[in-house]
Ligand binder design. Structure first.
Ligand code: 3AM
Length: 179
């Protein structure tokens, strides 16, 4: 284990991870914005679309959590990211979509329902699909158009987030196929 992260417990979340080509595109675009907005660029290999945030989970419950995810058996999710935006309330620059595919809404809903039923989540939360590109950013001004980035997500990912002195890092720890 990285000694820098050893003292902070893992927090977990479910997400769709970006394919490498899409992650590279978006990371490059975010690199062109950071000069205007400041803030911290998310690492290319960490780019993801969060479906449910669990917070700290007792590691003795990990097998139960893994079974829950394996039992979902949901279809692949078409994802289309076609806009960049900035949220003032949490200071992030993101890539998102005009309208989420019904498969994405279903996946997030089914996943969250199962997590609530098993006591991993207090309540379901609406998901606003987005990929965080920059954190702690100031208003970037007008953002450039984003040529649509499309793919078919074939895996549900359980990831951990580590808090370090240099912010959070994200690490996939288990994956389940979507078909
Ligand atoms: O990377 P995004 O922006 O999709 O914002 C956190 C991040 O989302 C979110 O979970 C993802 C992985 O860390 N997150 C962190 N703390 C949270 C909390 N207390 C949270 N979401 C809801 N409640």
């Amino acid at each position: 284990m990285n000694p820098e992260t050893a003292a902070s417990p893992a927090r977990l979340f479910f997400a769709l991870w970006l394919p490498q080509t899409v992650a590279r595109q978006l990371h490059t675009r975010a690199g062109g914005i950071v000069g205007r907005s400041g803030g911290r660029l998310a690492r290319e290999e960490s780019l993801h679309l969060t479906l449910a945030f669990l917070g700290e989970v007792d590691e003795r419950r990990l097998p139960e959590l893994q079974r829950l995810a394996a039992d979902l058996r949901l279809p692949r999710v078409p994802v289309r990211l076609d806009r960049l935006g900035f949220w003032k309330h949490n200071h992030i620059v993101w890539a998102g979509c005009g309208e989420a595919a019904p498969e994405l809404t279903t996946l997030a809903g089914e996943l969250q329902r199962a997590l609530v039923a098993a006591g991993f989540l207090d309540a379901e939360r609406a998901v606003t699909p987005h990929v965080t590109l920059l954190r702690k950013a100031a208003h970037p001004g007008e953002l450039p158009a984003l040529p649509a980035q499309e793919w078919s997500a074939g895996e549900l990912v359980l990831a951990r987030t580590w808090r370090t002195d240099r912010g959070s890092t994200y690490e996939p720890m288990a994956r389940w196929p979507l078909q």
